[in-house]
Design a protein around this ligand. Structure first.
Ligand code: ZN
Length: 301
């Protein structure tokens, strides 16, 4: 302290030869100031686990600076469901909990890909290189072009330069679906066929886009018929209208149904939504929704 020179004894004790050379080669300040600890990955000089994690990801090539660039903005501007955007952002930020990522965090798991049971499960393997994933891309008509130096973010950025936004949206849906299928294999021991995955992504995206284009009038005024589409209208005075629907989620081996009740001012009186395990037909799921709605009416009378 105060001598303006390195304490060689301490440096020799604490660091390996490489680091000793780097430290001793660092010029010292000409001013006499007390030493402080400084973490250069945070603006306030304080160490944080988050910034250290980012640094490790960056060093391992899982995170690149372009995540915050125009590439990232292009991702957020895609016309895809928010949950898919969020998934893509997590993947590009290196937050996907693949087997390799878990192992790095000292979670005692096998690192083998659950989809092919052959290779280590990295983000790039699971979402691009795995045999199952490759079949899905082939079915969608996308050439993946990967080699040993490819990293996921760079690969996705390259695809965005080669395809239309519409195709990139479908690729985004596919990546999200592949991770979903992978989780089904891990947690439910359930496998899906490539055809089923690809058909589902097209159907889900088309329905979502159609739903976004659906004309919506604030509930105060009710909904009115437009462009030939069937829309909700308010019930008569002193009358309650109940709308119900059901949906099948074969991939998750479950189905759901729900209903809502509104009065003549379109005010919401009550609503129910239920998700149940098991497979059933659309007719039966709708019938269960009817039964639940009738039970609600009986209780309210
Ligand atoms: Zn695999």
């Amino acid at each position: 302290m105060g001598l303006k020179e390195w304490d060689i004894e301490v440096i020799t004790d604490l660091f390996n030869e490489r680091d000793q050379a780097l430290i001793l080669g660092t010029p010292l300040s000409s001013r006499q100031e007390e030493d402080i600890r400084y973490w250069h990955k945070e603006g306030n000089s304080h160490y944080s686990v988050e910034s250290a994690f980012r640094l490790i990801q960056e060093l391992q090539g899982a995170w690149v600076s372009s995540v915050n660039s125009g590439f990232c903005r292009s991702l957020w501007n895609l016309k895809i469901p928010p949950k898919v955007k969020n998934f893509l952002w997590r993947v590009c930020s290196g937050y996907l909990p693949t087997k390799i990522a878990l192992k790095m965090k000292h979670v005692p798991v096998s690192v083998i890909c659950p989809l092919c049971n052959r290779y280590e499960e990295t983000t790039l393997h699971c979402l691009v290189k795995c045999g199952f994933t490759q079949w899905c891309f082939k079915e969608v008509g996308v050439v993946t072009n990967v080699d040993n130096s490819t990293i996921f973010v760079g690969w996705l950025e390259m695809l965005m330069g080669q395809h239309t936004n519409s195709m990139i949206s479908r690729i985004g849906m596919l990546l999200w679906s592949i991770w979903k299928v992978r989780n089904m294999v891990v947690w439910q021991d359930t496998y899906l066929h490539v055809d089923e995955v690809v058909r589902t992504i097209h159907l889900t995206l088309d329905q979502w886009i159609e739903a976004q284009e659906f004309f919506f009038v604030p509930s105060v005024n009710g909904l009115h018929t437009m462009d030939g589409k069937e829309l909700w209208t308010k019930p008569d005075q002193q009358t309650i209208k109940i709308n119900l629907d059901a949906a099948l989620f074969d991939a998750d081996n479950s189905f759901g149904y729900g209903f809502n009740a509104r009065d003549h001012t379109s005010r919401l009186i009550d609503a129910r939504a239920v998700c149940q395990r098991g497979r059933t037909s659309a007719e039966l799921a709708e019938a269960i929704a009817f039964k639940e709605a009738l039970s609600w009416i009986k209780v309210k009378q």
